[in-house]
Design a protein around this ligand. Structure first.
Ligand code: GDP
Ligand code: CA
Length: 319
């Protein structure tokens, strides 16, 4: 059986749900290009929240209720750190700590971060290829009323409460794409942008010099799935972020951010009224039920996206 080579650009929780959908299909060979701009050091250890969420989800060890972290976690290591006077607002479970120790010790030996991530995924039994967009360090910062915050300070410590007026990606200008990421884009038969936060999960992938151009020049059909339904997120701050940064707070606002790099935007059935505005951006629009509540929804949406790709390809052939 020849398997369809699907490359998914994805952040954390929303991205991992879409990845699970493709991973459930036998006829798909899945590669995920994940987001590393949420990475931060805690207690001397490198934590990579979006990549770890992706790996834990595809490995089936994720805590299903919260959507991140390992199921059946303990907090003994964290309690010790707290007793020793350290800041422990970033929850890191005992099992999870093991992974961060491993990653950090290999980084200290000079290994490429993308090799480390791929090895971790393989060790956890993940079939999909996990690719990092860069081996360099990129870190998201956000400007709020209280000044600039590191991304995890905003997301975890402040629980996304402050409004965001500006986003910066430290290290972006000098970052170089990994050959694996460029190959995953040019060699894909279908490129999908997951319903992830466009501003802090997908933008820091596309912002790495060369990656947006690779998407623009790719020959495969390119499809994005909206993270917003009826102008609202399923979870997280993407809707408020879009609004406070001057974008439309709906699927059209998301599509506009991808106007130069996608052929088709998949929006929710209840957003059918937005199709015209999306088509005016120079791409096709299609509707589906894009809320993924369970494994069936996820695989079903992945199948729908693949079926839609056939339509994009035919449109190209006919033109
Ligand atoms: P994070 O890195 O953990 O914040 O996760 P992502 O950036 O990958 O995804 C966050 C986005 O996923 C949010 O904007 C949610 O609205 C979106 N999302 C979560 N679940 C679903 C879903 O079932 N369907 C759709 N369409 N979007 C979802
Ligand atoms: Ca994230």
């Amino acid at each position: 059986m020849t398997r369809l080579k699907v490359t998914l650009l994805a952040g954390g929780v929303g991205g991992a749900k879409m990845a699970e959908g493709f991973a459930a299909l036998d006829d798909v060979d899945l590669t995920v290009i994940g987001n590393i701009a949420d990475d931060a050091q805690f207690h001397g250890l490198w934590v990579s929240p979006d990549i770890d969420t992706m790996i834990y989800t595809l490995a089936g060890v994720i805590d299903r209720d919260q959507g991140w972290g390992v199921a059946d976690e303990g907090r003994r290591a964290l309690d010790t750190l707290k007793r020793l006077g350290e800041d422990t607002w970033m929850f890191l479970g005992d099992r999870d700590f093991g992974l961060h120790i491993h990653r950090t010790s290999r980084i200290a030996k000079g290994e490429r971060r993308s090799v480390i991530a791929a090895d971790i995924a393989r060790s956890f039994g993940v079939d999909a290829k996990i690719v990092l967009p860069t081996d360099d360090v990129i870190q998201t910062r956000v400007r709020t009323e209280a000044g600039w915050l590191g991304f995890q300070e905003y997301f975890v410590r402040e629980r996304c409460a402050p409004d965001i007026f500006e986003i910066a990606f430290d290290g972006m200008e000098t970052a170089r794409p990994t050959p694996e990421a460029l190959q995953a884009i040019s060699g894909a038969e279908l490129l999908v942008i997951a319903p992830s936060n466009p501003l802090v999960s997908i933008a820091p992938i596309l912002g790495i010099p060369g990656l947006r151009d690779a998407m623009a020049g790719a020959s495969a059909p390119r499809i994005a799935v909206s993270p917003l339904i009826a102008g609202k997120v399923v979870k997280g701050p993407a809707d408020r972020m879009l609004a406070s940064l001057g974008h439309r707070q709906d699927a059209v606002g998301v599509a506009a951010l991808y106007a130069d790099i996608i052929d088709l935007m998949v929006i929710d059935t209840q957003d059918a009224g937005l199709s015209e505005d999306i088509e005016r951006l120079g791409m096709a629009a299609a509707t589906a039920d894009i809320l993924m509540k369970d494994a069936r929804d996820k695989a079903g949406l992945a199948e729908t996206v693949i079926a839609m790709a056939g339509r994009v390809a035919q449109r190209g052939d006919a033109a």
